[in-house]
Design a protein around this ligand. Sequence first.
Ligand SMILES: [Zn+2]
Length: 335
Amino acid sequence: MYARRRIAAVVGGLAVVVLVVAGVVGLTSMLSRSDAAPADPVAALLGDATTGAPGASEIPVPAQTGVAAQQPVTDEAADEAGGGASDAANEPGAADPCADPVFQQALASGSDADAIAAAGGAESFRSAIAAGAAPCVDLHEAGRTWVVVNKLNALDPIDYWPEPQARAEGVERTSGGHMRADVAAALSQLVTAARGEGAGGIGVNSGFRSYDFQVSTHRSYVGQLGQANADLTSARPGHSEHQTGLAVDVVACSEGCGTIERFGGTVQSDWVAANAHRFGFIIRYGDGDTATTGYEYEPWHLRYIGTDLAALYAAGGYRTLEDFFGMPPAPDYAD
Ligand SMILES: [Zn+2]
């Protein structure tokens, strides 16, 4: 039901003078499409008054690297041709980047882009993690663009509060609207590009939500829907991507903005699905991926992972962050 990746490395090198290495990396994702029902929580009432975010003009513009530089990953039956090498343990580039002082230093500096570069690029970084060969990279660490927050992975720290925050410059919003400043800058670029490429207006419905806000939000959902149904649409406190400042719910805008539930099927939604990775975003909760993500399809919920990883994610046809990093599905809470 969820995506599977297959990577096969085919090494052919018997020439006397020249060493020929044919490496074929195949990433396939297979999936089934099934349920699709909207219902993101809330129209966030939040963060605004409490974040103390800097003005929009202070937003730093992130470097748009990686998109063009990424090696497209083919999606062929290289598996079979490869005669068997596959799966995480045999992924190429699975050497431990943590053994490299340059990587350690980049990681400690707090620059996610530098750390990925020091690991040898997005695919080396990803495959090392997926192979369990990067013990110094903590996917729970809340301040990282690669953090994986789901029903089995709480944020660390659980009451994490991202800073600095900002609103996306030049972007309409229906409520809330703060997010991590680097994410705000990237979203601003996305919205500008969508408009410029004829997809129309995109606005922000909800960005950052604090731990305390999620406490009251989730409690209210449980009261209305019961625990099981509430858990399908609203994260428990400490388990929400919105708490990282990396997630944003978007809406289509023309004469005014629509709701998140009406985003799917719009021109804007189609454009976002095809282009969000150019700006570092993925659609985190895909159609048919509930068994992995634990959430119903949310075409409006964008998650920032940075341009390097997003380019790889798109090129590889990945559908969930869990699969991307070789993590187990997280359909439900442990308790
Ligand atoms: Zn959302």
